[in-house]
Design a protein around this ligand. Structure first.
Ligand code: ACM
Length: 530
């Protein structure tokens, strides 16, 4: 090869190399980064800030729960970049707390010499750190050393809705504490701040109630399809609640009533008005094998099928109210968050004249123990107390009833954000009764456009429920939750005017790499291949 040919060959190799450089290896501008949920305002700057050993931080001001945010980032910096982030006088990350800002809000000012973080509260600081985390390459999730850079610029960010939740049904299938903590870790990254635990249903009672021990001995002994079931001791539950709090997630316990209660009726016959179980899925209670003395001829069989709407507590007996008071009291005592979910859905065998006073008494008991009631949209048939929240899942007319009473709403439209629906007809698990929910269907909805007359001022926020009739383990949970939870997170956080599906879809591709790095079993939508 002569000199000129050699030069041309090398030059074209360089060109190919340059042109072919993958986008994520180039230096992206701040606004080109794939942050989910999309921040409110992003302004470009010049240059990059590089994390190095000795970066350090300075802290100005105080706030509750600040240490949860600091501990999270120190731990992340250590694991992902090998950096020990200490507080020091000339630290490059300058953190100022400013409680005049909107709750949960933060601002990041990134320049080559340092990062200024201003946050309203510990939660805002935690979210500022989650944003920085997303500015780092996916490799950071694997712990690939230091020297990572993030682009200069400014991000000013705050949530659109205060309630951004995910629900896990631990009744149809039971999940160990570690699986719940893993879900908490995964959703906290996307600024989700509520975990609603559906703790009781026909198939299983999942929380220890010291004054009514058969609930877990009998009611917790099985699950959909049979098998062992399980339950959380009160210590387990406290552990979940504390872990969630360290990620700024409030746990909302749900005891579904007066329907969806067969596990109660199998445990204590005195609440059973004589319900008829479906033909298949009945399992006689072997009291001796479960360590329960004596007989209970009025108790129902256990149920391992998936039909709904056949059970009810006996709403006419005073003992029923003594029972629900004990349950509400014991759970309220170990729940620091402000909410208690009373269920109230699909009580198809409870007469309306019995259902209404039952819901009113349940609400009063929740208030007595210092909590605010949430219930599925059917509860709006009752007189709602001021502050009680109705959760939309099925009927717009129920939500109108709640809104007419001046009560606030959580939006969980089943045809958009029920995480147990299949993505397409080939999805291995899940259901189709609310439709197929591909990633566009989970993203393309606006909370203020769901129910006529219910605008932003009446909407507390949004929640994505995962019912688990067909969901059996952590892999199944991840498959149904990811990527759809990121749609929920963005709908809850980002103003509608900034949300566009095509733009979200492009950002999601980057998150797939992060999930690969973290080993998350997510659904690979064909819509992301185009
Ligand atoms: C529900 O899906 N039954 C609230």
């Amino acid at each position: 090869m002569n000199g000129l040919k050699f030069f041309l060959a090398m030059a074209s190799l360089c060109m190919v190399g340059f042109i072919g450089l993958p986008k994520d290896k180039e230096e992206l501008k701040l606004s080109e980064h794939s942050i989910i949920p999309k921040p409110l305002e992003v302004t470009e700057g010049e240059g990059v800030f590089t994390f190095k050993e000795g970066t350090g931080y300075q802290l100005i001001g105080e706030a509750d729960d600040l240490n949860y945010a600091l501990d999270f980032f120190k731990d992340f910096a250590q694991k992902s970049m090998g950096i020990k982030l200490d507080q020091k006088e000339n630290g490059k990350i300058q953190i100022s707390m400013d409680d005049s800002r909107a709750a949960e809000s933060y601002e990041l000012n990134i320049n080559p010499n340092g990062i200024k973080v201003t946050a309203a509260d510990g939660q805002g600081l935690f979210y500022a750190f989650q944003t920085i985390r997303q500015l780092l390459p996916a490799d950071a999730e694997k712990g690939r050393g230091n020297g990572f850079s993030i682009p200069a610029g400014k991000i000013n960010d705050k949530p659109e809705y205060e309630y951004r939740g995910v629900m896990l049904d631990v009744s149809r299938h039971f999940f160990p504490v570690e699986d719940v903590k893993s879900l908490i870790d995964q959703v906290a990254k996307y600024k989700v701040n509520k975990l609603h635990l559906h703790l009781s249903d026909d198939q299983g009672w999942r929380i220890e109630i010291k004054s009514w021990p058969n609930l877990t001995k009998i009611g917790g002994s099985t699950q959909v399809g049979g098998g062992d079931g399980g339950y959380y001791t009160q210590e387990d539950y406290k552990d979940i609640v504390a872990y969630a709090a360290s990620k700024f997630i409030t746990v909302i316990p749900e005891i579904d009533m007066p329907g969806h209660t067969n596990a109660v009726l199998a445990s204590y016959g005195e609440f059973n008005p004589g319900v008829e179980l479906p033909e298949t899925g009945r399992v006689p209670v072997d009291r001796k094998a479960l360590g329960v003395d004596g007989e209970d001829s009025n108790a129902s069989d256990l149920y391992t099928g998936i039909k709904v709407g056949f059970s009810t507590l006996d709403t006419k007996k005073e003992i029923t109210y003594e029972f629900i008071e004990d349950v509400i009291r014991e759970i309220a005592e170990i729940t620091p968050g402000p909410y208690f979910h009373i269920g109230g859905d699909e009580s198809l065998v409870t007469e309306l004249e019995d259902y209404k006073p039952f819901i009113e008494r349940a609400q009063a008991l929740v208030t007595k123990y210092g909590k605010t009631s949430i219930g599925w949209d059917e509860i709006a048939h009752a007189d709602l107390e001021e502050g009680t929240i109705a959760q939309f899942w099925a009927k717009e007319k129920n939500i109108k009833l709640a809104a007419d009473q001046g009560n606030k709403i959580i939006m969980s439209p089943s045809k958009h954000i029920y995480l147990d629906m299949k993505y397409d007809t080939t999805t291995r698990i899940g259901h189709t009764w609310a439709g197929l929910i591909e990633i566009d269907q989970s993203y393309n909805w606006n909370p203020t456009q769901l129910v006529e007359g219910v605008g932003k001022e009446l909407i507390l926020g949004v929640e994505a429920p995962l019912w688990t009739e067909s969901v059996e383990n952590r892999d199944d949970i991840e498959y149904m939750v990811f990527p759809r939870i990121t749609a929920l997170a963005e709908i809850g956080w980002t103003p509608q005017s900034l949300r566009k599906f095509d733009n979200y879809k492009n950002r999601l591709r980057t998150h797939m790499k992060r999930w690969d790095a973290m080993g998350i079993n997510y659904y690979k939508s064909p819509l992301l291949e185009k």
